[in-house]
Write a protein that binds this ligand. Structure first.
Ligand SMILES: C[S@@+](CC[C@H](N)C(=O)[O-])C[C@H]1O[C@@H](n2cnc3c(N)ncnc32)[C@H](O)[C@@H]1O
Length: 268
């Protein structure tokens, strides 16, 4: 990843790039040519997010690929790929959320990306990262937008680390969520040179600025990284709190609300 070129592109897209408070409120990049994507492909993304991915892909070095976890109907892949037809892209989704996305994604890739440019795998991201179908290439830009439990967020980042090119950029979506930020922080703590470059929060989910928050890290390999055993200390207690207690409570609350709703509709 040509990091300087990436940052230069970002500065050209957002004149306020160096001021993260203003950047967090930015409604769109300078170049509006990706705006049509979100009009054509239903996505959980914003124009800013697509442009950020696009800038990262444009700065890939030879022998590097863009990898995306969590594609839904393909808006983010198309944003990343547009105007970068020589970039190689590997992506996965297991379609465990949101019905009907698999067919829509296939149609999107056929209509909006160069033939053969995107290698898509319908599988769980853990299997995808273990299989590493891009090998021997390395990941120069990685986008995680898959499941958002603490364990998903942690694994989605930790399992990608061995495949990252030196200097890779890692972009993680939905970082308004505490579980996501906590997982990223814990992985980053284990790596001497994994630096948080952007941490953009939004007032709510679906915000027109940066959707549900975004973090961008820069990874630089250190000699002992290969010896780090993930999950690192602190994983189990955080998983217990975020997933086994809070997420579980949220799911139960949702199920209770749904039962009440169903009862009301059968006994009006
Ligand atoms: C928020 S959506 C992705 C949005 C998409 N990047 C966009 O810009 O429109 C999250 C996606 O992650 C997928 N997902 C959730 N858990 C997954 C897992 N364990 N492995 C692979 N994909 C997963 C869901 O099926 C869903 O399509």
């Amino acid at each position: 990843m040509n990091f300087d070129a990436f940052i230069a592109r970002c500065r050209a897209q957002w004149p306020e790039f160096a001021d993260s408070r203003r950047l967090a409120r930015s409604t769109h990049p300078t170049d509006r040519s990706l705006a049509h994507i979100l009009a054509e492909i239903p996505g959980m993304a914003t124009e800013n997010k697509l442009r950020l991915l696009n800038c990262a892909v444009a700065a890939l070095d030879p022998g590097e690929v863009y990898v995306e976890v969590g594609c839904y109907k393909g808006a983010s892949i198309v944003g990343a790929a547009t105007s970068n037809p020589s970039a190689r892209i590997f992506a996965c989704d297991n379609f465990s959320q949101f019905d009907g996305a698999a067919d829509a994604l296939r149609r999107t890739l056929d209509a909006h990306t160069a033939p053969g440019q995107v290698i898509f795998h319908d599988m769980d991201f853990r299997d995808f990262l273990a299989a590493a179908p891009w090998t021997p290439a390395r990941i120069g830009a990685y986008f995680y937008d898959g499941g958002h439990s603490f364990a998903d967020q942690y694994d989605g980042l930790a399992l990608a680390i061995p495949h990252l090119a030196d200097g890779a950029v890692v972009i993680i979506d939905d970082t308004n969520k505490r579980a996501a930020r906590s997982a990223n922080r814990l992985v980053a703590r284990a790596l001497p040179d994994f630096k948080l470059i952007l941490n953009l929060r939004t007032p709510r989910n679906h915000s027109p600025t940066w959707w549900n928050g975004i973090q961008l890290y820069r990874y630089q390999r250190s000699p002992n990284d290969a010896a780090i055993k993930f999950p690192t200390p602190g994983f189990a207690i955080r998983k217990l709190i975020y997933d086994d207690i809070f997420l579980e409570m949220k799911h139960r609350r949702r199920a209770r609300r749904q039962t009440k709703k169903d009862r009301r509709s059968t006994n009006p």
